[in-house]
Design a protein around this ligand. Structure first.
Ligand SMILES: [Zn+2]
Length: 214
């Protein structure tokens, strides 16, 4: 893994952090946009951690405003030091906390969704459901502010439908997918929402990929 020296904007200490790679992707992403396996391996590069002040965010040189305050909060200190948590879950949860305190609900929502993927791989269903619950709360708030896929009408709703469906919340999944259909102007998103409705109607909470969309 390639490393580069980064200066933490919060405490000015320097540390070596992994460089985020974007490898060629073979295969389709899951319906919640989890990348195909080639790119999944890069997840450990998505959140940097300052070894001195314990700030966790995608780029220590450019944290959100107020990050320094957020990481002094006892909840953050506990989360950052949680040795029992899966290492990547610990990082994604800490980043979600910093993002939420900065009002970046889209980033907070995606960070919880990424933590859910790690929990899926660890076969920890209750942790995955808890992280998806946090993800939909923040992503819905961000969607209401036009912050989730602002240039693709209906894409936020398709994503929310999938996150609800994976938790077995069929009514919420169908509601979001119908809402997506009512606002989108893109045939693919319309078809994606139809597929979510069909899966939710069958009570199918499994992983499905975008290339299955009829
Ligand atoms: Zn620092």
């Amino acid at each position: 893994m390639a490393l580069s020296e980064v200066t933490c904007a919060n405490c000015s200490s320097k540390s070596n952090q992994p460089v985020k790679e974007t490898p060629e992707v073979n295969g389709s992403p899951d319906l919640d946009l989890r990348p195909a396996p080639d790119r999944r391996q890069t997840m450990s590069q998505w959140v940097q951690e300052c070894p001195t002040c314990k700030l966790m965010c995608p780029d220590l040189a450019n944290p959100p405003a107020g990050a320094g305050e957020a990481l002094k909060h006892p909840d953050y200190v506990t989360m950052a030091a949680d040795k029992k948590a899966l290492p990547l879950v610990r990082k994604f949860r800490a980043w979600a906390y910093v993002a939420e305190k900065a009002g970046q609900y889209d980033d907070a929502g995606f960070a919880h969704l990424h933590a859910a993927w790690v929990a899926d791989d660890a076969k920890d269903k209750s942790l995955a459901d808890m992280q998806r619950h946090m993800a939909v709360m923040h992503l819905a708030q961000a969607r209401d502010r036009g912050r989730v896929y602002p240039r693709q009408k209906g894409a936020a709703e398709a994503l929310l439908a999938d996150v609800h469906r994976r938790m077995g919340r069929w009514d919420e999944a169908i509601h979001e997918a119908e809402r997506g259909k009512s606002v989108t102007d893109q045939p693919f998103i319309d078809a994606l929402c139809d597929y979510e409705i069909a899966l939710a109607t069958k009570h199918d909470a499994a992983v499905h990929t975008t290339n299955e969309v009829p």
